[in-house]
Ligand binder design. Structure first.
Ligand SMILES: Nc1ncnc2c1ncn2[C@@H]1O[C@H](COP(=O)(O)OP(=O)(O)OP(=O)(O)O)[C@@H](O)[C@H]1O
Ligand SMILES: [Mg+2]
Length: 217
């Protein structure tokens, strides 16, 4: 799926956060959103993922203007096409690691359900093999980040929105996550990553510098 921003601007609390940003995020290419801390990477990622409304400009998906999508249409987009790995992880601490991946449980006994093989693979791919029965709240920050990625892999969405995926990881896990995202992209997915990490940026096929598409510059 092709996701585009055309001249989008966002003001939060009276301050301009994004000013006339335009970019195209193509299928099969990993796009990096780069810029200094506070430049608006997370804000732009949220706008592209329809999590945050824009004040000016348009968001397009496969050429269709979705800027004024209804709440129901946005929910359908999230459910059917998108996966998010955001800075606050979205992990449910009171639930098991496995439940956090499949997000499905049986009514009786609250046993985790879903596709067992895919669950196993998505945990293995992020280095969380055999950790499915642990309480998610007991994981470290970096492990929770990888758990959020396992959930996205399990969902196998068309579009992956990822905020600073390597920020709190050591070199080995960083490389693993970068390879994983590159592999996901190569399988015909659209991957958009906000990042400071030079290795992560090097693995991206397109780089969008915040502020660079501003027509007044
Ligand atoms: N909900 C909010 N309320 C007030 N200000 C906000 C809000 N969200 C973002 N901002 C401001 O918008 C600017 C951009 O924030 P954003 O989180 O998009 O930056 P970033 O490039 O992702 O930074 P970092 O690299 O530190 O994650 C910052 O100055 C921030 O303070
Ligand atoms: Mg950010």
């Amino acid at each position: 799926m092709l996701i585009e921003a055309q001249g989008i601007s966002v003001a939060i609390g009276g301050g301009i956060v994004l000013d006339d940003e335009s970019l195209r995020c193509k299928t099969g290419i990993m796009t990096a959103l780069v810029g200094a801390s506070g430049s608006g990477k997370t804000t732009l990622l949220h706008c592209l993922g329809l999590l945050l409304p824009v004040d000016k400009g348009s968001i397009l998906i496969d050429g269709n203007d979705v800027t004024r999508y209804s709440a129901a249409a946005r929910r359908r987009f999230w459910r059917d096409h998108a996966a998010f790995v955001l800075q606050d992880y979205g992990i449910m601490d009171e639930e098991s690691v496995a439940f956090n991946v499949t997000m499905q449980a049986s009514f009786i006994g609250k046993r985790v359900s879903g596709n067992k093989e895919r669950l196993k693979q998505s945990l293995e791919q992020t280095g969380l093999k055999n950790r499915g029965n642990e309480l998610a709240g007991h994981l470290s920050g970096g492990e929770k980040q990888r758990l959020a990625l396992s959930r996205a892999i399990y969902k196998d969405a068309n579009i992956l929105f990822v905020d600073e995926p390597t920020a709190s990881l050591d070199a080995t896990n960083r490389r693993m996550v970068i390879e994983l995202l590159a592999d996901f992209t190569a399988r015909g997915r659209t991957v958009i990553v906000s990042t400071h990490d030079s290795e992560m940026i090097a693995a991206c096929g397109a780089i969008h510098q915040i502020g660079s598409s501003n027509s007044s510059h």
